[in-house]
Design a protein around this ligand. Structure first.
Ligand SMILES: Cc1cc2nc3c(=O)[nH]c(=O)nc-3n(C[C@H](O)[C@H](O)[C@H](O)COP(=O)(O)OP(=O)(O)OC[C@H]3O[C@@H](n4cnc5c(N)ncnc54)[C@H](O)[C@@H]3O)c2cc1C
Ligand code: SF4
Length: 325
């Protein structure tokens, strides 16, 4: 690792004031330290924000606010999260390992970088790591890569589980910009598709802090599930994941949410399938039809056509599990 300066801030404004062009905030460090060891991130200085931001979940007039520094393990066991937004807990518990979840923060989880193997191998071209150098995954090892929303510049996927649940629940990201002003970013607009600039993962303003994640009350708590298909049962990122949530009156679907990880550069909502489910009976035939709508038109890479039937099965399973959560 290169030498770097390290300081700790105890207030958000203090941390923002220290942010210079080659400074990085560090929260749990579970992604950033790995990136530094591999010389993918090379900051001159680190500002520890672990005591500078909220670290618990608090009820708000509209729902719940999850502090950016709340550790993933604390979020997954928080009584308000479990009562109001169990989908968030299910998604977190499907990710990483207990030790990593003890360190990983909510804010850091949103900003973790892709797990594309070429992004971590500095001897290979990668447009995300080094803009303009090329994409080694196109025509290379692309088993984990995207099947929707990718570009000729990058076919990587976003690795988070938590973010898939937050996308399904239409969360809002509350950010504090460089001048200390708060602004809200709808979760659907927080992460980016690669287009011509895969080096940019998200729309967080330069130098800003994620302050908290806001969730509005909803009627999905009773019927939700998170299905993650991966190579190992622990310590493995999703090949495909599905967050599903149903608002039911009797057996009729009033509203539905379906989002996936492992398919795109950002957590992906299956809006046409959601629309199809509204007003329908909650049964296997309608779940199968919704999954068929979701997979229509997806375009796999050379090594991941298997993801399409896998996704269809995962959507059907997740919807079925919503009936018996
Ligand atoms: C072996 C392994 C397996 C894993 N498996 C999974 C998995 O299955 N599913 C999953 O979802 N995740 C998984 N993870 C990723 C893990 O969840 C993330 O690394 C973690 O959530 C990042 O949080 P952190 O607080 O450690 O972030 P850090 O590493 O501290 O920071 C990550 C980035 O976010 C920035 N940052 C952090 N907080 C803020 C903030 N509040 N405002 C502005 N910038 C900020 C940092 O500057 C840095 O750029 C795994 C990680 C490892 C090492
Ligand atoms: S898919 Fe994206 S992250 Fe992977 S090699 Fe290509 S440009 Fe880099």
């Amino acid at each position: 690792m290169r030498p770097f300066l390290f300081s700790k801030s105890t207030a958000a404004n203090q941390a923002l004031a220290k942010k210079k062009s080659n400074t990085q905030f560090i929260a749990g460090g579970t992604n950033l330290v790995d990136l530094m060891k591999k010389h993918i991130a090379n900051p001159d200085s680190l500002v520890d924000i672990s005591s500078a931001l909220p670290n618990k979940a608090e009820k708000t007039a509209k729902g719940l606010s999850i502090g950016a520094m709340m550790r993933n393990s604390a979020t997954a066991t928080d009584p308000n999260v479990l009562a109001k937004f169990p989908l968030v807990a299910k998604a977190i518990l499907a990710g990483a390992s207990p030790q990593i979840r003890n360190m990983a923060s909510a804010g850091g989880n949103l900003l973790q970088r892709t797990r594309c193997p070429y992004f971590y191998d500095v001897t290979t071209p990668c447009n995300k790591r080094q803009p303009g150098s090329g994409c080694s995954a196109i025509g290379g090892e692309n088993r984990m890569s995207a099947i929707v929303g990718y570009s000729e510049q990058c076919i990587a996927v976003h690795p988070s589980d938590l973010c898939v649940a937050l996308a399904a629940l239409d969360a809002t990201v509350k950010v504090m910009d460089q001048s200390g002003k708060m602004q809200n970013i709808a979760f659907k607009d927080f992460h980016r598709l690669p287009d011509q600039h895969p080096e940019r993962d998200n729309n967080l303003p330069a130098g800003a802090l994620i302050h908290s994640i806001e969730l509005a009350d909803n009627n999905f708590a009773k019927h939700c599930s998170y299905v993650k298909v991966r190579d190992r049962d622990s310590y493995a990122f999703a090949l495909i994941s599905v967050a599903a949530a149903l608002n039911l009156t009797g057996n009729r679907i009033v509203d539905a949410r379906l989002a996936s990880g492992g398919v795109a550069h950002k957590p992906w909502r299956w809006l046409a399938a959601e629309q199809f489910l509204k007003g329908k009976e909650a049964n296997a035939a309608n779940f199968e039809a919704a999954a068929s709508i979701a997979i229509k038109g997806l375009k796999p890479q050379t090594h991941n056509a298997f993801k399409i039937p896998m996704l269809k099965g995962a959507i059907e399973t997740a919807l079925q599990q919503c009936l018996n959560p």
